[in-house]
Design a binder for this molecule. Structure first.
Ligand SMILES: *Cc1c(COP(=O)(O)O)cnc(C)c1O
Length: 228
């Protein structure tokens, strides 16, 4: 059976191949390992194999793993990639390094107010929803600029970019269209003067398409750790 180290090599190879195929600068795409539902021991193994950025979706589950991995705190960058309820913002502000899922000013303000002074600013992405599905998380593209400007003004947050979770599509053209729509939001915010460097999109099944559309951070779970 392939070890986590083997799968990190494989996914790293997929990223490098896509970077080369789509003429992106070398090293311009970062791998975020999505460890939700997998135990702390799995993360420990991945750290030993050289992976240092991990994405988690559920606050309590993440806190439990962080406690078990406290000895590795300096080696791990923790990214919150799941929806955030107001009553969980304090735990997120105190324990994570990044948050990809800011889609309301109220949540951004709470994270800002609750970020401890002894920690660096919380690195954040604004989550956009380009598919227009009412139920899904993420702000509409035409509201993204206003939210991004407000987030950029919060001193304990550092706005890094845009995140999206496009609905899966079996149709490659439709998938690329959605990824391109996210990229358009990101490019628009940059053109408006926001100093962004992170476009968080692409998962196990669509990372190549996301790299083709300018992703700088792919969030990969299944291809590294197996089915959940
Ligand atoms: C679970 C999850 C991923 C990883 O998806 P895989 O298909 O397992 O690679 C990426 N992003 C978010 C927001 C997720 O919730």
């Amino acid at each position: 059976m392939a070890t986590i180290s083997d799968k990190l090599q494989l996914v790293g190879g997929r990223i490098r191949a896509a970077v080369s195929q789509f003429a992106r600068p070398e090293g311009s795409v970062t791998l975020l390992a999505v460890s939700k539902t997998f135990p702390a021991a799995t993360i420990r193994e991945a750290v030993a194999a050289g992976q240092h950025r991990f994405g988690e979706n559920y606050v309590q589950e993440a806190l439990d793993k962080m406690a078990e991995l406290a000895d590795l705190r300096e080696q791990i960058e923790w990214h919150m990639i799941g929806p955030i309820q107001s009553n969980k913002t304090r735990a997120v502000a105190e324990h994570f390094d990044w948050v990809h899922t800011v889609d309301r000013l109220k949540i951004a303000q709470r994270l800002n107010d609750q970020r401890p002074d002894h920690l660096p600013p919380l690195q954040v992405c604004v989550q956009v929803n380009t598919s227009g599905e009412e139920s899904k998380s993420g702000i509409a593209p035409d509201e993204a600029l206003a939210l991004a400007r407000e987030v950029a003004d919060l001193p304990r947050l550092r706005l890094r970019g845009v995140m999206a979770l496009p609905a899966p599509s079996a149709n490659p053209a439709e998938q690329s269209r959605q990824l391109a729509a996210v990229r358009a939001v990101y490019e628009d915010l940059r053109a408006q003067g926001l100093p962004l460097d992170t476009l968080s999109m692409g998962m196990s099944s669509d990372l190549e398409a996301a790299v083709a559309q300018g992703s700088t951070m792919v969030r990969v779970g299944t291809a590294l750790f197996g089915q959940r």
